[in-house]
Design a protein around this ligand. Sequence first.
Ligand code: GLA
Ligand code: GLA
Length: 620
Amino acid sequence: MPILPKLPATIAYGGDYNPEQWPESVWLEDMRLMREAGVNLVSLGIFSWAKVQPDEATYNFDWLDRVMDLLTQSGILVCLATVTASPPPWMSVKYPDVLPVDANGVTLYHGSRQHYSPSSPSYRRFAAQLVRKLAERYRNHPALAAWHVNNEYACHTSECHSASSTVTFRAWLRQKYGTIGNLNAAWGTAFWSQVYGDWDEILTPRRAPHDRNPTQQLDFKRFTSDAFLQLYQMEKAILNELTPGVPVTTNLVWFIRAIDARSWAPEMDFIAWDCYPDPLTGHAAEHFAAAGHDIMRSLKKNQPFMLIEQAPSAVTWRQINPPKPPGVMRLWSLQALARGADGVMFFQWRASISGAEKYITGMIGHGDPAQSRVFAEIKALGAELKKLSNLTGTVVHSRVAVVFDWQVCWAIELEAKPARIDYSGWTQELHRHFYERNIPVDFVHPDAELDQYDLVVAPALYLLRKQDAENLKLFVSCGGTLLATYFSGIVDENEQIVLGGYPGHLRELLGVRIEEWIPLGEGQTNSVRFTGNGAVTTSREWSEVVHLEGAKALAHYEDDFYAGSPALTENVFGKGKAFYLSTKLDELGLAEILKLVILRAGVVPVLETPTIASSFQGGT
Ligand code: GLA
Ligand code: GLA
């Protein structure tokens, strides 16, 4: 199934199109240049709310009609925005409940974008009205190929503590817990005299004198992701009613913590994401993109995704924003295709002359396109993608899964831990070893069906439900190979310790008991010796006092009071094997361990040759 039924067997190519920033004479030039570049799809109207609805009673679609018609005449399809990403100033002035409030009680005002609370009744009412009007107007328009709902949910406003959010949070909790007693038990409110007598006493986790209740914070994160999802669903329901069969999506950013993309995926007709690797970081940027593509592709199995935004060259929101060197934009576009994308789109078509993003490179820049290096590359890529249309619909098959769970990310990053653990960094570090060996990887949740995989790597599964531990056990007992790492199985879904010895529900599977955690300071290391070949490697960041309960030690710590404690273990469980790595090792040590589990699992690279060096010369 093509992700866009109106664009079968063609790679979608184009970008965000913001014609409201330009006089109509420029639109005609846009059409000519889009044709020249091979553009076949634009994301239209994402930030046009003020133009479409200049005041509460007035809707102005005439200009949008003309743009839609022009695009149709030019043979270009539209991923039409629902235009709800940035409410016009009149709305927040007249209906201040629209505005979000941060944890300090500070209101975020209009004058930028995304200044809305997901729980604001006024915002929801106006958004619903607008989406209905848009869908009624363009439902039969030949250019309409898909809907782009809102924009990068929670990218800037990642949570809201307004009065409406507080009320909605209470309702969400009531729905979840039923009784205040259940909530008190789950939140462990006996601690620090936090016991609630009534729902109305509960607040969003606002600024407080000291560390706030972790379960309250975790539930608030869940609530926030749900609140944004409900907004999306509200728009989607209207679109499905009026334009059945037209795909609906939104642009995700996987590292935006506020959205649990996994719970969003079933609501998205195809996955779309915004990928902005930092050209300054060289090969690390390429791996960042690879990991992001793999995470996003894995949200919908056996279905292509869309790279819906990338930079034609430079952005402006990092400290230093160099351009992509010649050839790199092409390279990174082809990388997305190779990892399962069926669309290569940019932010944005034409670089703005005003506003906060005028130094972000457009497909068309501020000068003559005929003299632009970037536009020459855009045209060349457009022509090249036409020749690659047979790639559409192809999917990636992986025998390796890396467990990644947004809930773990939320829980592990809460304050008051033995050390700060960079969960997503650790996940990406493990993924990188497969990336460099040309071994395809899916990202999965711990409750995923795992029988199609030979090897599962589960970094720092700090928060783990009992049933998810059972799922991992089933995988190993049926012959699978598991590599779990330090600080796993520690808390349940309420962020409460699983008693009886760490790593909780994983203890039997891994055949170990962890007695103590020893976080290592900056620059502090411990030597680790492999039992088999006697090789010595270095552990960093974290180590543990490990006791064997059936597992075999494959490597030991050599220094400190826990010298002799196993650093790496192997446990036979049913027909499979579960490995446990209680530390972070240096590059070579980690590579050795991954080689071991890859061999044991019998996984082979898709390309036997070493990773082909990219033409990208930047960075380290
Ligand atoms: C202080 C407080 C205690 C406890 C400890 C933890 O001493 O008085 O209640 O929080 O810190 O280190
Ligand atoms: C994000 C947004 C776009 C734009 C770009 C700029 O991806 O979705 O609207 O702001 O960043 O890099």
